[in-house]
Design a protein around this ligand. Structure first.
Ligand code: XMP
Length: 521
């Protein structure tokens, strides 16, 4: 909370861009949090007259201010003496509350629109009168009459109100989205709000985040208790472990469960970094046989996830019981997970049950420590580097909790695991060597449940097929096929077929998400 006092609070009214607002502001070096619009802490601040932050942003949202059940401004919010910026639906809420008129516009505006600046004040500080900007609109309703105290400061080419300001009260409204990259100079408008209007300074960075949170962890854990941390080999759990180790040293025990479904030499890498380099108390549990025997005959993707999730909890539970004084469990929950679970948007349909093997065994009786709860993925990477984790660990592609099990279509056997692991290793090393690894968001090999005819030497073969998948994405929610060079893919195919016994054909997956998903299962 103390960081937020000098930062910006965003109230989420359900826009798909809300998280982007927070990202943009943090990129400026200013701390920013998102709360659901109906968060009860807002009411507490209104009651006490205390301010939660240096400025407040009301996000956009899919609703219409006039319809029943539409999210509203919490009572008394506008009485707080705090600068407020309303974006899209947020601006309509401001207008509605101050006697402006909001109506469904005859021409809904979606996508790129040109606006003209009428008065270069407030957020338009430093711009010229009459200057035009291409901005990104996405709205059906419009403010057709400015509310009391507000001036029109920018208009669209259709003559609609694009921006309004009540300079005296420190209230601003933008009908378009300054947070999306398609809005020209959008970051300047946000900077003007954050620095010029709210008076924030750009002091928030990973080093002071680390200092504050290490002190908090020390205070929470005290002098005698121990903390357990499940290490999966992925970025998030590795950063959590490194941070906990910095905070409490040898009172941290990390547990790495080798489920047999990991990538090439994953266990060895974890040992080298955490045991040899950091000197962490690491328990490596070889549970390969247990997992593989439970997975025998299982072909359904969701059933694989359930079996793996349950087996993980069982194994973790056994190890945890052997660690004396372990009161806390540290895990790598990220900010998007936190927001998703409390957002006004409500739960979205489950496409796949993402059980993260580094995740929380719910039945265990621990208090949680979640030091990454306030961070986005790329901020976690910066934190990892600040903590001294090696670059190739910090910049790794995401890897699903159920591991290679969901990259083997059909039954999982030790032989099929070896095939997909070896093919994946060739592909990933190839990407690194050709400096393509960081141009894609995720890349991997999948073993298909078919056999095809081939010819090797003078003999006919009847062998298995590997599919290569590489996608570009921002967050894994949507993804596009990566345009890898054909000669590179050709070389990968040759190497895999020549080096991985049992494979005689390689294909490249060119589907996007949606309608496909990134993983095949
Ligand atoms: P999909 O396949 O749903 O994947 O497009 C989106 C992202 O999530 C990862 N993924 C998982 N991660 N447990 C996880 O921890 C899972 O069961 C799981 N399934 C998919 C996937 O690798 C991609 O990064």
């Amino acid at each position: 909370m103390s960081e937020l006092k000098s930062g910006i609070l965003v109230l989420d009214y359900g826009s798909q861009y809300t998280l982007l607002i927070a990202r943009r502001i943090r990129e400026m070096g200013v701390y920013c949090e998102v709360w659901p619009c109906n968060d009860e802490r807002v009411g507490q601040f209104v009651e006490s007259g205390d301010l939660p932050s240096a400025g407040l942003i009301l996000s956009g949202g899919p609703s219409s201010v006039s319809i029943d059940g539409a999210p509203q401004l919490q009572g008394g919010l506008l009485d707080l003496e705090i600068p407020i910026l309303g974006i899209c639906y947020g601006m309509q809420l401001l207008a509605d509350a101050r006697g402006g008129r909001v109506e469904p516009s005859e021409v809904g505006e979606y996508g790129r629109t040109t606006i003209v600046i009428d008065e270069p004040v407030g957020l338009f500080h430093g711009f010229d009168e009459g200057e035009s900007l291409d901005v990104w609109m996405s709205h059906g309703d419009a403010v057709v009459e400015s509310p009391q105290g507000f001036n029109r400061v920018a208009s669209t080419e259709n003559g609609l109100l694009a921006a309004m300001a009540d300079e005296e009260a420190g209230r601003y409204g933008l009908q378009f989205h300054p947070e999306v990259s398609h809005t020209e100079q959008g970051e300047v408008l946000l900077e003007n709000f954050v620095f010029h209007v709210c008076g924030c300074s750009d002091e928030w960075n990973m080093s002071n985040f680390l200092e504050t949170h290490i002190a908090q962890i020390r205070e929470q854990v005290g002098d005698d208790e121990r903390v357990i941390c499940g290490l999966s080999g992925g970025v998030d759990s590795s950063v959590v472990a490194a941070m906990l180790h910095r905070a409490i040293g040898d009172r941290l025990t990390c547990v790495f469960v080798d489920n047999g479904l990991l990538r090439h030499r994953e266990g060895e890498k974890v040992r080298t970094i955490f045991e040899d380099h950091f000197g962490v108390d690491l328990r490596v549990v070889d549970a390969r046989d247990k997992f593989l025997s439970r997975l025998e005959g299982v072909v359904d993707p969701e059933e694989k996830r359930v079996v793996i999730g349950e087996t993980f909890i069982e194994v973790f539970d056994e190890v945890a019981a052997e660690i004396d004084n372990a009161k806390y469990l540290a895990q790598g929950t990220l900010y998007p997970d936190v927001i998703e679970s409390v957002s006004v948007r409500g739960p979205s349909a489950t496409i796949k049950s993402h059980h993260n093997v580094g995740g929380l065994p719910e039945e265990l009786d621990f208090e949680l420590i979640e030091p990454l709860r306030e961070l986005f993925k790329d901020e976690v990477r910066v934190l990892g580097r600040t903590l001294g984790l090696p670059a190739d660990m910090v910049d790794r592609h995401p890897f699903p909790g159920p591991g290679l099990a969901v990259r083997i279509l059909g039954e999982i056997t030790p032989e099929r695991l070896e095939i997909v692991r070896a093919a994946d290793h060739i592909f990933i090393e190839g990407l690194r060597k050709d400096e393509l690894y960081h141009s894609v968001w995720q890349a991997f090999a999948v073993l298909l449940p078919v056999r095809t005819v081939g010819v090797m030497g003078d003999s006919r073969t009847y062998d298995q097929v590997i599919a290569l998948r590489a996608v570009t994405s921002r967050d894994g929610m949507t993804a596009d096929r990566a345009h890898l060079p054909m000669d590179f893919l050709g070389r990968m195919s040759d190497q895999i077929i020549n080096q991985v016994k049992g494979v005689n054909r390689v294909v490249y997956d060119v589907s996007s998400k949606p309608p496909a998903t990134i993983e095949w299962e």
